[in-house]
Design a binder for this molecule. Structure first.
Ligand code: HPA
Length: 274
């Protein structure tokens, strides 16, 4: 199915992207800042999974970031993602990453909305993902049959690439923006966590929690991409926030910080060099 999607896309768009950006919950507006944009709707691409979550539009945008006389490497923005909990299938959830790799993408910048677990964090802050905890114990290659000599046991002690972390830190510094950094924990969802679960994750060293991104980072790294990721702390997690959590609260925070988020992403993307 990936091959079909890729031949369709290469028949529509001649540009070959070097950087892919995945936009998380409520963060899709960033796509409006892509110059020379060619937009392809996900539901027109053969085999491409379409998200049913509010705030996940289902569009691929090819183009460039231009700002202050500078322009980025060719870019592919995934507006909206398909979460594991929608299909229960990791091959489906990571389909965009397989497509990006087949198109020649070498850098991945993943974004998400996450619940803050570190009590020092506040709603609306941005966090560079320094490391992650895969609390689903799933893997995109689980149950794969390997007929080729590709090793099953790949190193994953530094899943986030140091070059990408550097670009993100430098971008925040250049913008005079405060940026948290920490460990992101991936849970399957789709319900938000209990207070006891959040307390457990805090003791295990998680700074933020969410339902996405980690499988993308794992697969992209295996496919040879340099990966970086940023979380928007859209709410404090269960037990650390006042009322019950809702998807609306997540989206509202994302709307409130969209300018800051846009600046960090733009500045990071402009720094990525071949
Ligand atoms: N928990 C899990 N996923 C999330 C949260 C949360 O509190 N906020 C945004 N995505």
């Amino acid at each position: 199915m990936v091959d079909k999607a890729v031949s369709f896309l290469t028949s529509q768009v001649t540009q070959r992207p070097a950087i892919a950006v995945v936009l998380g919950s409520g963060l899709g507006d960033f796509a409006e800042h892509v110059s020379d944009a060619i937009e392809v709707r996900a539901d027109t691409i053969p085999g491409y999974p379409v998200s049913s979550v509010v705030g996940h539009d289902g569009k691929l945008i090819f183009g460039t970031i231009r700002a202050g006389g500078r322009s980025s490497l060719p870019l592919l923005v995934f507006k909206g993602r398909v979460h594991f909990y929608e299909s229960g299938d990791l091959k489906t959830a990571t389909f965009p990453i397989s497509v990006a790799a087949a198109l020649g993408v070498r850098y991945l910048l993943a974004t998400n909305a996450a619940g803050g677990i570190n009590p020092a964090f506040s709603e609306g802050e941005l966090m560079l993902i320094e490391d992650h905890i895969n609390f689903t114990f799933l893997h995109p290659h689980l149950s794969d049959q390997r007929s080729d000599p590709t090793p099953f046991h790949t190193a994953s002690s530094s899943p986030l690439h140091k070059e990408m972390k550097k670009y993100i830190h430098e971008a925040a510094g250049a913008l005079g923006m405060s940026l948290r950094s920490g460990t992101y924990c991936w849970l399957k969802g789709p319900s938000y966590e209990t207070k006891a679960e959040i307390e457990m994750l805090r003791r295990l060293g998680a700074d933020a929690v969410g339902m996405s991104t980690v499988p993308e980072l794992i697969l992209a790294t295996e496919l040879g991409m340099k990966v970086g990721a940023v979380s928007l702390i859209s709410n404090m997690a269960a037990g650390l926030s006042k009322g019950p959590l809702s998807h609306e609260e997540v989206s509202e925070t994302a709307t409130r910080v969209k300018e800051v988020f846009k600046s960090l992403l733009e500045e990071t993307i402009l720094r990525i060099k071949d």
